[in-house]
Each structure stands twice: as structure tokens, then as C-alpha cells.
Ligand binder design. Structure first.
Ligand SMILES: C[S@@+](CC[C@H](N)C(=O)[O-])C[C@H]1O[C@@H](n2cnc3c(N)ncnc32)[C@H](O)[C@@H]1O
Length: 356
């Protein structure tokens, strides 16, 4: 949308199915705001006439809502399902409903956070009100965009950044990305709440096949579930430029895990992460013009307190992929407030500029 707002054609690549849908829907800003309001009003009206069925929801959803709130949300969902017609307004109203699921839940949560049903929050917005308010925010965003330009020049590839180059022209001038960090954050799990509400998954166990296995490896859940092997990862041609440094860190992590109850598979997580990022860089080299600029928002990490110089490794992998120069611009220190931290290794976050 930022590219659209300044009239620049853009392409986004995303592998998480519900994130793809959200991105594509946000790009429908050129639609008729009046129709969005009308569609939403019809959903609200129809929701009054449907009999909610809250008993079929998985436990996560029951624990996250009071029954009357869930009944209202279920009514809105059923009404939307009855009226949906794949039009821009239908998709935008789907997004409005999806985006109020956290604000209307009593469970502790925030956008991009795992849902915490054991923690409750005080301020919960009523679904009918939240829905109307969200539709108004979206209508005003659409008008904001429409005041600047009349059509979207953006395209979303629903696919894997490790293998997308052949699906698009090789004419990219600039890349801006906030890739997964190697910090054990599970992007697949992050939207489990929304996916469970819509019936896309029925529980945590479904998430791996539905989402996680299609993503870059950035969590130990992934590396342990797929039983990734250190030798296979280190043998991959993609990590050749950093193999010795990576091996040393993986060996330390393999030893360190034996001293921790969870015995997390960080050693293979880091190896697979580097392999995957290297594959992404190779694809980017294919689609980028010579002299292109890339900006990666990236941080280093220290699972079990073992330092992983992720920014340096990505820079080395980028040069090996054929980019000409790199430079790291630190934005902030991380892990410097020692309280409640699992380790005391100072970390940083910043912009990795990759050019050439
Ligand atoms: C740090 S988030 C950035 C999200 C978004 N750019 C933002 O700033 O809100 C990383 C994103 O990479 C996506 N991702 C993970 N593996 C991917 C892959 N193989 N191909 C494309 N996208 C992937 C995740 O689903 C997640 O949405």
C-alpha cells in the first residue's frame, strides 16, 4: 500500500495462507467504500436472524470468549458466509471481522502475538460495535488511498520466497523486507487463533502441515517436527559460504541443549534458517536488476545464550549470491535490560543494506 500511495509498482511474496489473504484484501482499497458499508450492514442485519452455534468451536475459542460474545461473532461469521460473493466488499468485510477477533476476546493477546487464554484482559470491545468501528476505519483508509491514486499497482505472490523467481519478471529495483528472524518465533502459530475461528485448522497439531512446513525455518518447533539433521543442513550448497562458522555454532548449540530441560532443536533451527535465507537471496539475485538496493530489517539472536551473528551471515550469503556490497545500520540494542531474560548476550536490531 505504501508503494501504491506513491505510484510505484510492487510485488509482495508471502507463504502464510491467511497472511496472503489479508495482504490481498488490503490491496482492494480502490473498491467502492459505499458498497463495503452496505455489505457490512447486510451482514449485521442477517446476523440478527441466524441462530448461533457456538458448541462446534475448539477449546481455544471457547476459552477466549464469553459465550454471548462468541454467539455474536458466530452470527456475524455465518451471516458473512451466507452473503459472501468473492467481491472486493465481501473480502474487505471478511477482513473487518477477522481483525476484531482479538479486540473482542477476553484472552490476553495482541496483533502478531500468540494467543494466551490463561491471561485475561480488562478492556474487551463488544463485537457489534467493534465490527462497525472497524468497517469505518477501513472505509476511511480506502478514501485516504483513493485521494492519492486511483488503482493499485501491487501484486501478491502467494508462494515461497525460496523459489519464486521464475513466476515474475526479473526487473526489481528495490527490495524491502522484514524476514523471519532466527529467534524461535513461530509465524505459523501466530495466526492460529484467527485460523481456528474460521475453521481453517482445528488445533495446534494441524498448524504444521497447514502452514509451518511452507515457511522459512525460524522456530525449533519446525526443526524438531521435521527431524532435520545437522549433517544434511551443513552439507547444503546454500550454506557453503558460512559453513565453518555455522558448524561451530551448531555444535555448541547441540552440546548446550543437553543442559536444558526442553532440549530444544536450536542447532538445526539455525542451520535450516541460514540455508533458507541463502535460498531466498539466490532468488532475489535472479529477480533484481544490477545495481538494485535491498533493505532487510534484521536482528541477531542467541538461543540458549549461544551468539549467532545472523546479520553478518546474511551479508556473507548475499555477497556469495552475487550482490556487491553490504552495510549494517543499527537501530536499537536488544536484551540489555537483564531482568526476566533467559540469557545476557547483548543483541541488536537494524537495517542490513545489500546492494549491487
Ligand atoms: C517478520 S514477518 C514480516 C511481516 C510483514 N512484512 C510485516 O512487517 O508485518 C515475516 C513474514 O515472512 C513470512 N514467511 C515465512 N516464510 C516465508 C517463505 N518461505 N516465503 C514467503 N514468506 C515467508 C511469514 O509468514 C511472515 O509473514
Amino acid at each position: 500500500m505504501v508503494c501504491d500511495s506513491v505510484g510505484v509498482a510492487s510485488v509482495g511474496v508471502e507463504a502464510h495462507p491467511i497472511v496472503v489473504r489479508i495482504c490481498k484484501t488490503k490491496l482492494l482499497w480502490a473498491g467502492d467504500p459505499g458498497r463495503v458499508r452496505e455489505f457490512a450492514a447486510n451482514v449485521l442485519k442477517c446476523a440478527h436472524d441466524v441462530s448461533p452455534d457456538i458448541f462446534t468451536y475448539p477449546e481455544l475459542i471457547h476459552r477466549s470468549y464469553d459465550p454471548d460474545v462468541l454467539a455474536t461473532l458466530d452470527g456475524l461469521k455465518t451471516a458473512w458466509r451466507n452473503l459472501q460473493d468473492a467481491s472486493p466488499e465481501s473480502e474487505l468485510v471478511w477482513l473487518a471481522l477477522t481483525s476484531i477477533l482479538r479486540a473482542t476476546s477476553k484472552a490476553g493477546t495482541a496483533q502478531w502475538q500468540y494467543i494466551l487464554p490463561n491471561k485475561t484482559k480488562k478492556n474487551v470491545i463488544l463485537p457489534g460495535f467493534a465490527f462497525q468501528q472497524q468497517v469505518e476505519v477501513m472505509v476511511s483508509d480506502m478514501r485516504w488511498m483513493q485521494a492519492r491514486t486511483d488503482r493499485s499497482l501491487a501484486r501478491i505472490i502467494a508462494g515461497d520466497a525460496r523459489s519464486f523467481a521464475e513466476t515474475m519478471p526479473q526487473s526489481i529495483d528495490a527490495v524491502i523486507t522484514s524476514p523471519p528472524n532466527a529467534n524461535n518465533y513461530d509465524y505459523a502459530d501466530a495466526l492460529r487463533f484467527e485460523m481456528t475461528f474460521w475453521g481453517d485448522v482445528s488445533g495446534w497439531g494441524d498448524i504444521h502441515d497447514a502452514v509451518r512446513k511452507h515457511l522459512i525455518v525460524s522456530s525449533s518447533q519446525y526443526s524438531s517436527r521435521e527431524k532435520l539433521q545437522p549433517d544434511d543442513l551443513l552439507g547444503s550448497d546454500a550454506v557453503k559460504p558460512i559453513r565453518d562458522e555455522l558448524r561451530a555454532v551448531m555444535d555448541r548449540l547441540a552440546i548446550e541443549r543437553e543442559f536444558h530441560g526442553g532440549k530444544k532443536h536450536y542447532h538445526t533451527m539455525i542451520g535450516a534458517y541460514c540455508r533458507d535465507i541463502s535460498l531466498v537471496l539466490r532468488e532475489l539475485r535472479i529477480v533484481c536488476k544490477g545495481g538494485a538496493h535491498m533493505c532487510w530489517v534484521i536482528g541477531d539472536s542467541a538461543p540458549y545464550g549461544v551468539y549467532c551473528p545472523i546479520d553478518e551471515w546474511i551479508a556473507e550469503l548475499a555477497l556469495a549470491a552475487g550482490f556487491k556490497q553490504t552495510r549494517f545500520e543499527k537501530l536499537r540494542d536488544r536484551n540489555i535490560k537483564w531482568k526476566n531474560r533467559k540469557h545476557r548476550v547483548p543483541l541488536k536490531e537494524g537495517l542490513l543494506w545489500i546492494e549491487g
